[in-house]
Design a protein around this ligand. Structure first.
Ligand code: NAD
Ligand code: ZN
Length: 377
């Protein structure tokens, strides 16, 4: 409990309204667990129903052998490859949902196989299929009215925690708003967590996305809106990331298993807490300069050592150890209007900034201070 008057204001600003936490209903874990996918699909479909099983699969697997994923899949299924070179947009989700409805008539189950972009696409499509309308109508908190089509998540890269959270992040190109459908209905019904699937991830991408789990939890533990369950998830996530990234090979099979657990626990932690200063700056980089979420987080943390000195130091040490480059110099000499746009896109994230710096965060994060931080990136 926060005792002071200032504390009471803080608690009011940050109250998420979430008093009953919804977790993923069921999960399977372990090397080879993907082989159970056909049985998992059967749990959600009946031989007599004519609903289609829709697979949304990261485009990387278009060229790859995915026979182990596909073997034993019933005929009544449709596969769509998700182009994760761009993160999900509301328009893209609308288009895909319309296409699925045209192709299938009715959908019994959505199976999302991929990283945060594909898992979020699966959640958003599942909600739209039953709720109708457009994706942008549901960006916000608890706006989804009906349960979505049942959905199974199969992560193929670890870190964002999307597999565990109650949101699916999308950018609305018209408004520039980057916000998810925060809803109990966005939580997966079933997860298959098979670390074998992450073996093909490029090393730099593996590092950036893995660091998202670490950064979520560092920010949560440094914030003022905390709870004991979130803290416990966060501490274990940080311990696992420490082991993975300090080791000689972050992608050994043992470490891929650990990072998959860290991602799931990190997602569970962030579901009931807030991030801090890194994510708002990272969102500025994504919205204004089009950088992807996880690499943008690493670039931001690298320049935020005043706020997270230990984490910022560890980022540099781990990147060096794993031979991964964290880009720098990208905001050194931008046009003045871009600095203004970056500032606006950062300071709009009032809740995480309040969580990290208090309700008066703008007296600290002045225009010149924000520009100074961006210039270091
Ligand atoms: P991603 O889904 O964007 O994919 C990143 C890259 O990795 C892509 O090129 C993809 O093809 C590749 N890839 C994925 N699996 C692979 C594999 N097994 N082998 C080879 N390549 C593979 O990655 P991400 O970093 O997990 O997700 C980022 C997205 O997650 C962003 O849109 C972000 O906003 C979102 N996000 C969501 C939440 C949430 O709670 N819903 C939380 C944080 C971030
Ligand atoms: Zn994140």
């Amino acid at each position: 409990m926060l005792g002071s008057e200032k504390g009471a204001t803080l608690a009011n600003i940050l109250d998420t309204g979430i008093k009953v936490v919804r977790n993923v209903d069921r999960l399977m874990f372990g090397s080879g667990s993907i082989k159970a996918l056909p049985d998992v699909v059967k749990r959600f479909t009946s031989p007599n129903s004519d609903g289609t099983v829709v697979y949304l699969v990261d485009h990387f697997f278009r060229e790859q052998s995915i026979s182990s994923i596909w073997s034993g899949i019933p005929d009544r299924s449709l596969t769509y490859f998700v182009d994760s070179s761009n993160e999900p947009t509301t328009d893209g989700i609308d288009l895909l949902t319309r296409q699925i409805l045209e192709d299938s008539g009715s959908v019994a189950l959505v199976v999302a196989v991929g990283g945060g972009s594909t898992l979020d696409t699966g959640k958003a499509v599942s909600n739209l299929l039953t709720n109708g309308g457009r994706a942008s109508q549901y960006q916000g908190w608890d706006l989804v009215r009906l349960p979505g089509v049942p959905k199974v998540g199969v992560p193929t890269i670890s870190g964002t925690g999307s597999e565990a959270t109650r949101t699916c992040v999308m950018t609305n190109p018209a408004s520039g708003l980057k916000l998810g459908m925060n809803s109990d209905y966005s939580v997966f019904d079933f997860l298959i967590l098979d670390p074998d699937l992450t073996g093909t991830v490029p090393r730099d991408q593996y590092f950036y996305t893995g660091m998202d789990a670490y950064i979520h939890c560092v920010e949560s533990l440094a914030g003022s809106y905390r709870n004991a369950v979130g803290d416990a998830f966060s501490k274990q996530t940080i311990a696992l990331c420490d082991e993975v990234f300090s080791s000689d090979d972050m992608m050994s099979s043992e470490n891929r298993e650990k990072l998959m657990v860290a991602s799931y626990l990190g997602g569970s932690a962030i579901a009931t807490t807030y991030v801090g200063v890194v994510h708002p700056f990272s969102a500025g980089l994504s919205v204004v300069l089009g950088l992807h979420h996880c690499i943008a987080n690493c670039i931001a943390l690298n320049s935020l050592s005043d706020y997270y000195p230990e984490a910022s130091r560890k980022l540099r040490r781990w990147a060096e150890k794993q031979s991964v480059a964290v880009p720098s110099g990208i905001c050194r000499d931008l046009e003045p209007d871009l600095y203004s746009a970056l500032e606006k896109a950062t300071l709009i994230h009032e809740k995480p900034l309040t969580n990290a710096l208090g309700p008066d965060f703008k007296t600290h994060l002045t225009s010149s201070r924000v520009e100074e931080i961006f210039r270091m990136m």
